[in-house]
Ligand binder design. Structure first.
Ligand SMILES: Cc1cc2nc3c(=O)[nH]c(=O)nc-3n(C[C@H](O)[C@H](O)[C@H](O)COP(=O)(O)OP(=O)(O)OC[C@H]3O[C@@H](n4cnc5c(N)ncnc54)[C@H](O)[C@@H]3O)c2cc1C
Length: 389
């Protein structure tokens, strides 16, 4: 069963008497197992952008799960979306990552966009449903964690804003029809919805990397790129505030991806440990292997609960900045550790391509870096905890 008993119990705890949520998640679980999982290894090995998977995922309604019906969404509570993303990541992390990035940007448009922008981008352009893709362009060659230091400029002209500068390490910029670009305008950092077809918008060549090989990473260069005034998201100068909110939502989805990846590595480890023999015994009988299995299972459950807690606070409209950061920090580090233990349980074969275990470790490695490194999250968590205390 792809939709696990523990996930079911959590949804029951949060939303008692809602069998519809189980029906939807059961059906998404079947879809992930049947339609997404079989191609996941080749997406990684061949470095294929999972376009077909994304189309199917959009068709299944997963992109749109948390968004209002008027924008083509399913209007489901955020924890239901989180449970779906976990299953998608368990099947294919490459597919889940793009759904996660798209979801956080759409949430930003929902929260801060004008009514016209919401109708145009979320509904007509099909971003909420995932019919078209959008990239998130914040990081620059000079700076990632130190967001305030970005150098891209947005100068106001008669026709709109003229953007100049470079973005770095941007996921799927070449595949997306739009990017949410952050740049410094007169009143401070601002966010712009920029079409990839805009004159002066150039995606540079793909950057090879360790994991998430199905998602292309590139730099973007904007040279005198004209962005109409109506494509400024919200108000000029509020880009940093928006980025924080957008990333709070993104961090919950990254935490869910961490759980999904770990769950995939864990399932392979349990299966292998029951088959592989050493010293005349199944290796699952050795207590040192059992210790790993026990630690892995416990850490996955803890991360899942933290992630669902943050998602539930968001669903209730509460400030979940602290819980989102905690869930992302814990889940991403947990995922890395669990995948490392999975390689260990597979012995030498875990290091080879044969058992497709190191894919999970390579994918998990990104999660402690993107959308706030573990160091930056520790600083933020300490700041928020000290303030609350
Ligand atoms: C595969 C991949 C996909 C990505 N996708 C996107 C994307 O789609 N859009 C996007 O905008 N960005 C994306 N990024 C960029 C990512 O968000 C940044 O790499 C990340 O925010 C860190 O920034 P940096 O790489 O510039 O590291 P730096 O900020 O230079 O940090 C380097 C190291 O110093 C540490 N450090 C920095 N400041 C402090 C401090 N004050 N205290 C303690 N330690 C500190 C960091 O934790 C880190 O370990 C992606 C990155 C990767 C690898």
């Amino acid at each position: 069963m792809f939709y696990t008993k523990e996930q079911r119990n959590i949804i029951d705890m949060l939303f008692p008497g809602m069998p519809e949520y189980h029906r939807v998640l059961d059906s998404i679980g079947d879809f992930c197992e049947r339609d997404i999982l079989p191609g996941a290894k080749s997406v990684d090995q061949e470095g294929l952008f999972p376009k077909e998977n994304l189309l199917r995922t959009a068709g299944k309604g997963i992109f749109g799960l948390p968004f209002p019906r008027e924008y083509g969404g399913g209007n489901y509570p955020f924890p239901v979306y989180i449970a779906a993303l976990e299953m998608l990541a368990k099947a294919c992390a490459n597919t889940a990552l793009h759904v996660s990035i798209q979801g956080m940007i759409c949430e930003g448009i929902r929260l801060f966009g004008s009514d016209t922008q919401k109708t145009r981008f979320l509904k007509e352009e099909g971003l909420a449903e995932g019919r078209r893709l959008i990239a998130f362009a914040l990081t620059e060659p000079c700076c990632g964690s130190d967001v305030r230091a970005i150098r891209m400029k947005a100068v106001r002209s008669k026709e709109g804003y003229i953007l100049n500068g470079s973005k770095m390490l941007i996921t799927n910029a070449g595949e997306a029809e739009f990017s949410l670009v952050f740049a410094k305008a007169d009143k401070g950092i601002s966010a712009f919805l920029v079409s990839s077809r805009a004159r002066g918008f150039q995606v540079m060549k793909t950057i090879p990397k360790l994991g998430f090989r199905g998602n292309q990473l590139s730099a973007i260069r904007l040279e005198d790129c004209l962005v109409p005034e109506e494509d400024l998201l919200g108000d000029e100068g509020k880009g940093l505030e928006y980025a924080k909110q957008i990333l709070n939502s993104g961090r919950m989805t990254i935490a869910a991806i961490g759980v999904g990846i770990a769950q995939a590595a864990f399932a392979k480890s349990v299966f292998y440990s029951k088959k592989r023999e050493a010293f005349g015994e199944k290796i699952a009988n050795f207590q040192l292997v059992q210790e790993k299995i026990s630690d892995m299972a416990t850490a996955i459950s803890a991360a899942r609960l933290m992630t669902c807690h943050a998602a539930y606070l968001k669903f209730r409209g509460e400030d979940a900045a602290l819980q989102a950061s905690q869930a992302k920090l814990f889940s991403s580090e947990m995922s890395q550790k669990v995948c490392d233990q999975a390689i260990q349980i597979h012995g030498g074969y875990g290091y080879t391509d044969a058992h497709d275990v190191h894919r999970h470790w390579r994918d998990a490695r990104l999660l402690t870096i993107g959308e706030g490194t573990s160091d930056m999250l520790r600083l933020l968590i300490a700041h928020l905890a000290l303030k609350e205390g």
